[in-house]
Design a protein around this ligand. Structure first.
Ligand SMILES: *Cc1c(COP(=O)(O)O)cnc(C)c1O
Length: 313
């Protein structure tokens, strides 16, 4: 479905899984767990083995949560998606599942404040070191170590809208044998698909534009099934920062209007940025669509056909 339809259609239709009642709107499965035909089936289900049922316990998975995951995967063009209780738990789970003591992260210094605290503070306690760098690819190259496993960036960054070149940094990650993880909360797949630009994984805070109406927290990790299903999901299943089915349902409703909202917000933001830039009481405006934005120079220098476009036009 992802290949045949536009983002706005996928936001409404992808991932729908109807029950026998043939409901029009996605069903909300507000249940902690599921029932089994026998003790043997329950045992097999909890063990995740053959003869087990798909839905066992909502810390593992839940039909409403699956619909959200499948819809977001279609929007990002990802093979697999796992959801989490918040954006921070998506980032935490990615690092916890993929790294071990002694490993090293290179991270953009223009990332969400809690991400800086998580990598720079909490993870250093467990022997995972992080080097923070500016958005120039040469700095990322210099920061690489033999133990570098993850490159992490956010573009545009929240809140100062700094821009990184995803394709250039994907090439750096590839040469280093590391994975490039992109936090796509700001643009959302309505404006930017990091996997198509060479990123290995995308993380989301669904709390922001995916819900879009300030109601619930949520998060997600997307990418190849080999990493997302086989490495990150087993961590989440056990550690437990699961997305509530209620929140998944709310965010599913948010995805229906994602493209309309994000495009309208971008147009309004550009208009406001122009107005603020001409205002005598305003010292500085951070918006990547303005020629005064420091990243504009970078973008002009590196523009090529099919180059990444952020809400700048
Ligand atoms: C809000 C945000 C996060 C953290 O998400 P929560 O859902 O608040 O945990 C991570 N990255 C970015 C870019 C954000 O804006």
């Amino acid at each position: 479905m992802a290949k045949e339809f536009e983002t706005s259609t996928l936001g409404v239709r992808a991932g729908q899984a109807r029950t026998g009642f043939n409901e029009h709107s996605e069903a909300l499965f507000l249940t902690s767990s599921f029932v089994f035909e026998s003790a043997a089936q329950a045992a097999a289900s909890f063990a995740g083995g053959e003869g087990g049922k798909e839905y066992v316990y909502s810390r593992f998975t839940n039909p409403t949560v699956t619909m959200f995951q499948d819809r977001l995967a279609a929007l990002e063009g990802a093979e697999a998606c796992v959801s989490t209780a918040s954006g921070m738990s998506a980032i935490m789970a990615t690092a916890m599942a993929l790294l071990k003591s002694g490993d090293h992260i290179v991270c953009s210094n223009a990332v969400f404040g809690a991400t800086v605290q998580l990598f720079g503070g909490i993870f250093s306690k467990y022997g995972v070191q992080t080097t923070f760098v500016s958005n120039a690819a040469s700095e990322w190259e210099k920061a690489l170590r033999p133990t570098t496993r993850l490159l992490f960036l956010e573009t545009p960054s929240n809140p100062l809208t700094e821009i990184c070149d995803i394709s250039a940094l994907a090439a750096v990650a590839k040469r280093a044998g590391a994975l490039l993880v992109v936090d796509n909360a700001f643009c959302t797949p309505a404006l930017q698909k990091p996997l198509a630009l060479g990123a290995d994984l995308v993380v989301h805070s669904a709390t922001k534009h995916l819900d879009g109406q300030g109601r619930v927290l949520g998060g997600a990790v997307l990418g190849p099934a080999k990493i997302v299903r086989e490495q990150i999901f087993p961590f989440l299943r056990t550690a437990g920062p699961a997305l509530s089915p209620f929140n998944a349902w709310v965010i599913l409703k948010g995805l229906e209007t994602l493209e309309l909202r994000v495009r309208a917000q971008s147009a309004a933001a550009l208009e406001l940025a122009h107005w603020l830039e001409g205002h005598p009481a305003v010292a500085r405006v951070h918006y990547p669509g303005l020629v005064s934005h420091p990243s504009t120079r970078w973008r002009r220098a590196s523009r090529r056909p099919g180059a990444p476009s952020c809400p700048s036009k």
